[in-house]
Design a protein around this ligand. Structure first.
Ligand code: PHE
Length: 435
């Protein structure tokens, strides 16, 4: 008799093609979520010429990139999947973890100019030569960088914009952009990622040096009262020297300003409350062609030292080149002679936004930043750092299941054991939808 039975309905969420979602009916009761792993067969890679043939070609020997046509030549190694990323500019989305982190850093350096949306196609001169990269630097090779042709490439770092930004007369600035490097495939590497360059220059006259000293005093006072332990190294040393054209006293003052400014940023990003364990930061000697002295900074996080950024005192060559540069800032305007920044000394840092965002938001895989899945995007909102809640890598697949049960009903646990027997761990979630 129908009256003494219950008609039950279950919903199953899964991924495999063998499970087809059915529509809910009015008596659905439990939902079971499953996911199966998609195994991709490895294909032999297409030879390079084959891949180039697959690009958006305006004609047989041209490619179209952000509405601009470029001739291809023997250097061309940019691929379709990379071209597709160019318009996305994740750092400009205010409620995306990268946009949220960008705003947080910008609000810390509140009186710095904020630049973004700078075109990703640069000349090798901008990316390397004007910054003093040696000709045999590995970063220049076609196995490490994306070339459009011999004259144009995708920037590999935001430092590529140092010369033009200084040339525009900017003395305190942050520039955020997507950068491109050919890389391995795993959870922490992706050929496109986002960097923020920060820089500040001071005049070397009396007023400029007084400004550095006053800022150093202000920042030291703040850090002295803060819950931070800093493992420092000398500002300059024989292996990490001041530049020959710099007054060594000025170089030390500017390196100190860099360290104090960076430590206070790290405190803002990673510091806990006064009762938490102090934030531990350590400074390490480094080498970059475009800074001297140079440093890397690491933060102790969950028992591991994590590299956060590279920085140093800007090579005078960069500032000299800025003085000679034909300036076209904002980057679309007509080129005109640069106001330049003679008699200045300053610092710069470059940080990877993904690496920091993965820590702050608890995002376990760098590929998630590119997700357009609402299960990812809806978790974040402007100006808020929240912890990522994992979900299946696979699109949800719901199954509604309904059946008749004997009088007294079926216990949910009995049904769950039945699901386990049939679907194993593929079932993610089982829910009663209606009684
Ligand atoms: N451009 C460097 C990188 O990508 C970082 C850096 C920026 C180092 C500015 C020093 C000064 O690794």
């Amino acid at each position: 008799m129908i009256a003494d039975r219950f008609h039950q309905n279950f919903m199953v969420r899964g991924y495999a093609g063998s499970w087809h979602p059915s529509s809910h009916d009015q008596c659905s009761m439990l939902s079971v979520a499953t996911s199966t792993r998609l195994l991709l067969r490895r294909h032999r890679p297409l030879p390079l010429t084959g891949r180039i043939r697959n690009l958006h070609r305006a004609s047989s020997n041209e490619i179209s990139i952000l509405d601009q046509r470029y001739e291809v030549d023997g250097t061309t190694n940019i691929t379709q999947s990379i071209i597709a990323k160019l318009p996305l500019r994740l750092h400009n989305q205010p409620a995306h973890p990268l946009g949220i982190l960008r705003s947080k850093i910008e609000s810390h350096f509140h009186d710095f100019a904020r630049l973004s949306s700078v075109h990703p196609v640069v000349t090798p001169a901008k990316n390397f030569d004007l910054l003093g990269f040696p000709l045999d630097h590995p970063g220049r090779s076609a196995t490490d960088s994306y070339y459009i042709n011999k004259d144009y490439m995708l920037r590999t770092h935001t430092s590529a914009h140092e010369v033009e930004t200084f040339a525009a007369g900017q003395s305190k600035w942050l520039l955020t952009a997507d950068v491109y490097r050919r890389d391995e495939i795993d959870s922490s590497h992706y050929p496109v990622f986002h960097q923020m360059e920060g820089a500040r220059v001071f005049k070397t006259d009396k007023a400029g040096i007084e400004e550095v000293k006053a800022d150093n005093e202000r920042l030291s006072r703040y850090l002295d009262q803060s819950n931070i332990v800093i493992e420092d190294i000398p500002h300059t040393s024989p292996t990490n020297p001041a530049q020959p054209t710099h007054d060594p006293v000025h170089s030390e003052l500017v390196a100190l300003n860099l360290k104090l400014s960076t430590n206070s940023l790290l405190l803002k990003l990673f510091g806990g409350g006064a009762r938490d364990a102090p934030l531990q930061v350590r400074w390490i000697e480094a080498y970059f062609p475009f800074t001297s002295p140079s440093f890397e900074v690491e933060v102790l996080y969950q028992g591991k030292w994590l590299e956060i950024l590279g920085c140093g005192v800007v090579q005078q060559l960069t500032l000299d080149n800025a003085g000679k540069y034909l300036c076209c800032f904002p980057f679309s305007a007509q080129p005109h002679p640069s106001p330049g920044i003679p008699d200045n000394i300053g610092w710069a840092f470059g940080l990877g936004l993904e690496r920091i965002a993965m820590i702050l938001f608890g995002i376990p895989d760098i590929r998630l930043f590119w997700s357009t899945d609402p299960r990812f995007l809806s978790q974040f909102s402007e100006n808020k750092i929240t912890t990522f809640k994992p979900y299946s890598k696979y699109p949800a697949c719901f199954k509604d299941i309904s059946f008749w049960v004997p009088e007294g009903g079926v216990h949910e646990n009995d049904f769950c054991d039945l699901v386990r027997d049939v679907a194993g761990d593929l079932a993610e979630d089982v829910k009663i939808v209606s009684d």
